[in-house]
Design a protein around this ligand. Structure first.
Ligand code: NAI
Length: 299
């Protein structure tokens, strides 16, 4: 089969000045995408700013014969998000792909969290995806084409000590992707999530020697596939790292149903093993699927 290309497609990659975003941008550009390299160039905790990292990625893409422009607006405000999308429109006249990748960390155990540690993390990760994807969505709907990727994390999907702020934002992004998948369906807009595992400045200390085997470039082929027009799925989540790719999913067990009398606390206690069963499960396509299942059981 032929190699996959992105000729003429315009991609916004947020947080593309380093780490994963840089690799996503380089790969997409090497396959013909026109890339908006967005990055504020701040520290891992979100403080500071510097246009240099993003500019270096733009230069690298251009040196390799690709096309890219720099954007240094923050994803953390609606104005910043609108400006990032405007950069794509001004430079390339359209937007086909949004890779929501920008991120910061302000880890603290839950009891020590203050708004100063919570708000910026939610603003960059969760609100950031709203801020950038919403103005892009207008164009995607108008052209009946779009690909949205959000960057989730195992910290939210499975939980991780000391990351309540980050984990909640990351799992929020999964919810966003699920809903965008529904709302985008009739406009050929697909939305999916990746949960990367990669050795970057954000994780180097945590992963130690393992970081060498977790090159961020090993995540980008999955992001690029989900950004491609041939991508067959929407509303899916993938764990990606070190060359491994696996689907992660939210599913529902068969459950217990009491239909001959009202459910009581004691019923719940006595049937808890049944309620907890996961040996058989259903992946709902949407919330209506679950409602249909319940309506069937109640009829
Ligand atoms: P990184 O720190 O190298 O990259 C994050 C980039 O986002 C930085 O270049 C930073 O300047 C930029 N950024 C931060 N705030 C921004 C803002 N307000 N507007 C625009 N750009 C902003 O870290 P890494 O590892 O490449 O992270 C990329 C994404 O992947 C993040 O969302 C992170 O949470 C996520 N992730 C990474 C994992 C890993 O193993 N490296 C694991 C799970 C998730």
């Amino acid at each position: 089969m032929a190699d996959l290309g992105f000729d003429g497609k315009v991609a916004i990659v947020t947080g593309a000045g380093g780490g994963l975003g840089r690799e996503h941008s380089l790969l997409l550009a090497s396959r013909g995408a026109l890339v908006v390299v967005n990055d504020v160039g701040g520290a891992v905790d979100g403080t500071g700013g510097d246009a240099t990292p993003g500019q270096l990625v733009v230069d690298e893409i251009k040196t390799a014969g690709g096309e890219a422009v720099l954007d240094t607006h923050t994803v953390a405000t609606p104005e910043g998000g609108a400006a990032i999308v405007q950069t794509a429109i001004d430079a390339f006249g359209r937007v086909d792909i949004v890779v929501n990748n920008a991120g910061i960390l302000r880890d603290k155990s839950f009891h020590n969290l203050t708004p100063e540690f919570v708000d910026p993390v939610i603003d960059v990760h969760l609100r950031g995806a709203f801020n950038v994807t919403q103005p892009a969505w207008v164009h995607m709907r108008g052209q009946s084409y779009g690909r949205v990727i959000v960057t989730a994390s195992s910290a939210g999907i499975f939980g991780n000590f000391g990351q309540a702020n980050y984990g909640a934002a990351k799992m929020g992004l999964v919810g966003l992707a699920h809903v965008l998948a529904q709302e985008g369906e009739r406009y050929n807009i697909k939305a999916n999530a990746v949960a990367p595992v990669a050795g970057t400045r954000m994780t180097r200390e945590i992963f130690g020697d393992l970081a060498d085997k977790l090159a961020p470039g090993l995540v980008s082929p999955v992001v690029a596939w989900l950004a491609h027009e041939d991508c067959p799925v929407s509303g899916h989540i993938y764990s990606v790292g070190g060359g491994r790719v696996a689907r992660v999913f939210v599913a529902e067990g068969p459950g217990y149903m009491r239909s001959d009398a009202p459910l009581t606390i004691e019923n719940v206690r006595d049937h808890f093993d049944e309620i907890e069963r996961i040996d058989d499960f259903t992946i709902m396509r949407n919330a209506t699927d679950e409602l249909r299942l319940l309506a069937k059981l109640l009829s």
